[in-house]
Design a protein. Structure first.
Length: 317
């Protein structure tokens, strides 16, 4: 569990972070930060959290990271106090809110096929099967005399299997989904692998444990390494991403933004005060900025961004 740190101390850490990255920090400033960190264990923890965020900023596309930090320290755009509040909120949320910002594992960079954030890529495999990679996805492909295997390393894929005597399996860290003459999607979602079947059937099998489950067309389920959840009816909206759309029906705004955030680089935050607002509509995934504008026009919310890579949806004042 993350240690709770006094918000006042986090605010001071945010202040020092921006000062050291402002381009005008002096040796006295650096010595002052060292002295500040030594005041208590809580001060040291707050600074460690600030440095972790700084490391994640450095993973942003250049020169976006520097520009974002410069905007935090300038009087223009937002006041220094507002900037500190925003960075302080980020510190409060870290590291949980920034786990998604960890650098891509090396296995994904070496994958046989991958997509960037916001990109979709269709593939035709050697046997004629078709795979559509969704945003920020990576796969390895291994066809041999015994099987056709796709290792899903990250993200989500839609598979249309071709007729072949060899079994077609999609493997994840939680287990595997074997096609039984079918069209289906597989998504890595945190601690679960999610499977949705459009045609045919899929045998979902966890890595450990003997309980497999055959999912039929129109069904979906999820499994971890030990158990497959009961099947439920597939919602037609679940695979609207294939056509570049996100369909919402009375969806929580926080959930919609979390899903929309998968299709845009950077950080997309939802203020807790508006997270429970219900949203219905069709939102383009290929133009997430347009989707955000649509939310701003139809809901009592305001879209604030230091850059396109750091956007917060807040209550409209």
């Amino acid at each position: 569990m993350n240690p709770r740190i006094d918000p006042h101390i986090l605010g001071e850490a945010a202040d020092w972070l921006v000062q050291l990255q402002s381009g005008s920090a002096t040796e006295d400033d650096h010595r002052a930060v060292q002295a500040w960190c030594q005041r208590s264990a809580e001060h040291a923890q707050a600074w460690q959290r600030a440095e972790a965020i700084l490391g994640d900023f450095r993973r942003l596309p250049t020169p976006v990271a520097g520009e974002t930090l410069r905007r935090l320290s300038r009087q223009g755009g937002v006041s220094r106090r507002q900037a500190m509040q925003r960075l302080g909120l980020l510190l409060l949320a870290a590291p949980a809110a920034w786990l998604a910002w960890r650098e891509t594992p090396w296995q994904q960079w070496r994958a046989d096929a991958r997509t960037a954030v916001g990109e979709q890529r269709p593939l035709t495999l050697a046997d004629g099967s078709r795979v559509l990679l969704n945003t920020d996805s990576a796969i390895d492909i291994d066809f041999n005399a015994q099987e056709r295997r796709i290792d899903l390393l990250a993200g989500e894929i839609l598979v249309t299997s071709a007729a072949d005597a060899r079994p077609l399996r999609v493997r994840t860290l939680h287990g595997q989904a074997q096609a039984l003459g079918t069209r289906f999607s597989v998504r890595l979602d945190g601690t679960l692998t999610r499977v949705a079947v459009l045609e045919g059937a899929v045998d979902a099998r966890p890595l450990h444990g003997s309980g497999n489950r055959v999912l039929l067309a129109g069904q979906r389920s999820a499994f971890d390494a030990t158990r497959v959840q009961p099947a439920s009816a597939l919602d037609a909206d679940d695979l609207a991403w294939e056509h570049g759309m996100l369909l919402a029906r009375d969806m929580r705004l926080a959930d919609l933004l979390q899903e929309l955030g998968r299709y845009r680089p950077g950080l997309l935050r939802c203020h807790p005060a508006v997270g429970e607002l219900k949203v219905s509509g069709a939102f383009p995934l290929t133009d997430s900025d347009a989707s955000l504008r649509l939310l701003g026009e139809t809901l009592p919310v305001a879209i604030h961004g230091l850059t396109r890579y750091w956007v917060t949806v807040e209550p409209r004042v």
